[in-house]
Design a protein around this ligand. Structure first.
Ligand code: PLP
Length: 399
């Protein structure tokens, strides 16, 4: 890459020192506020990507900054030989607000899922009924660890990394007819996303999740709902499972929970969680006081009913503004669930559109090669939505 800008100089160093597993944009973000971001050359962007559904309250939220600053002056890290007040408070909050009675903290979505699968296996083996099968679904995404690429079914994610974890069976997402043969007494757990984000914001049907719940209950199989991307207000509810009226056995959470500070959580019922006795599992950083102090404030804000109502209102505004591009044949389909929107492009490559959008001052993420994914801050201002969609129109319609 040639040029003298501050962005370019840094980006050239990136190319020489980083593992080439990502291909980030040519600019380097320097600072950000709310849903606006500025790069090293002071160019401004509107952020519709939200750090892939992570910056639930936008950038530099004053309440989160205060929580982080306050906690940073008290205590940073103590390990799990000791516990800490922010972690206890956060676990109490999550149990008060959800089906769960026991919480395990980690640092990411992949780790939250790892814990969920371990809990499920331990649960059955503790009852002298060891079960080695796990059921996941086509087009699912659960993370990039070896376990999680085994659960997901992207060949691109798996290439070169086999052998995968044994015992995983895959069903067709949203296909009820296949479930009976899949969910048997040999299965330890079924893991499912209520909405598949990486696949392009594809919602599970109510019938599908209800049938899974019924069959898993009948066969003594645990139901794990992966809410790493869908949780913490993204779908206009505290967790997405609440929109379906089902009662999971385990929920995994991460991304938006920390509002940008790494944290993962595995939520479960006491009757299941109690099998994880001391020594059974752990994480050096899990339950870190700084991450938990910030997540406490995220949960305080997003669990407010009026906040969640606004998420749904802003979804409507997005859909209204984006519909012109569907009417004009730019998008073949637009799907949404709260502030989480997938737009299928006609005859365009999503990564090319991402680069064109950067040039117009707009940050988007993709879902595959032909879908644009929007997962903005849940508190994004109306003006940012209007101006950002305006910039997108400029990219896609040229006006
Ligand atoms: N599960 C889902 C549904 C996700 O969307 C993701 C990440 O995109 C993960 C798990 C993995 O989370 P992490 O990247 O924090 O390990």
């Amino acid at each position: 890459m040639k040029g003298n800008s501050k962005n370019t100089k840094l980006r050239n160093i990136y190319d020489s020192v980083m593992l080439p597993n990502y291909s980030p944009a040519d600019f380097i973000p320097e600072r950000a506020l709310g849903s606006r971001l500025w790069d090293k050359d002071n160019k401004e962007y509107i952020d519709f990507g939200g750090g892939i559904a992570v910056n639930s309250l936008g950038h530099s939220h004053p309440v989160l900054i205060e929580a982080l600053n306050k906690q940073s002056k008290k205590i940073w890290h103590i390990s799990n030989y000791l516990t800490n007040e922010p972690a206890i408070e956060l676990a109490k909050k999550l149990t008060d607000l959800t089906f769960a009675e026991n919480i395990y903290f980690s640092n990411s979505g992949s780790e939250a899922n790892e814990a969920a699968i371990k809990i499920a296996r331990k649960y059955h083996s503790s009852r002298n009924d060891p079960r080695d099968e796990i059921v996941s679904f086509t087009n699912s995404f659960h993370g990039r660890s070896l376990l999680n690429i085994s659960l997901g079914n992207s060949q691109m994610h798996r290439d070169g990394f086999e052998p995968l974890m044994a015992g995983i069976k895959q069903g067709e997402f949203n296909d009820i007819s296949g479930l009976k043969n899949l969910i048997t007494e040999k299965v330890a757990a079924v893991i499912v996303e209520p909405v598949q984000g990486e696949a392009g914001v594809i919602s599970a049907t109510s019938e599908f999740l209800e049938e899974i719940r019924e069959l898993t209950s009948k066969k003594g199989v645990l139901l794990i709902v992966d809410e790493v991307q869908s949780g913490v207000g993204r779908m206009g509810s505290i967790y997405g499972y609440m929109n379906y009226g089902i009662d999971p056995d385990i929920v995994t959470s991460a991304k938006g929970l920390g509002g940008g500070i790494p944290i993962g959580a595995t939520l479960t019922k006491r009757s299941i969680g109690e099998v994880m006795q001391p020594g059974s599992h752990g994480s050096t950083f899990g339950g870190n006081p700084i991450a938990c102090a910030v997540a406490n404030e995220v949960i305080n804000i997003i669990s407010d009913k009026s906040f969640l109502k606004k998420v749904n209102e802003k979804e409507e505004l997005f859909l209204d503004l984006l519909s012109e591009m569907k009417d004009k044949g730019i998008f073949s389909d637009i799907r949404s669930s709260g502030l989480w929107i997938g737009c299928d492009l006609v005859d365009r490559n999503s990564n090319e559109v991402l680069n064109q959008a950067y040039a117009e001052g707009l940050i988007l993420v993709s879902a595959g090669s032909s879908c644009l994914r929007l997962a903005p801050a849940l508190n994004i201002h109306e003006e940012d939505i209007k101006e950002g969609v305006g910039r997108l129109k400029k990219v896609l319609l040229g006006n």
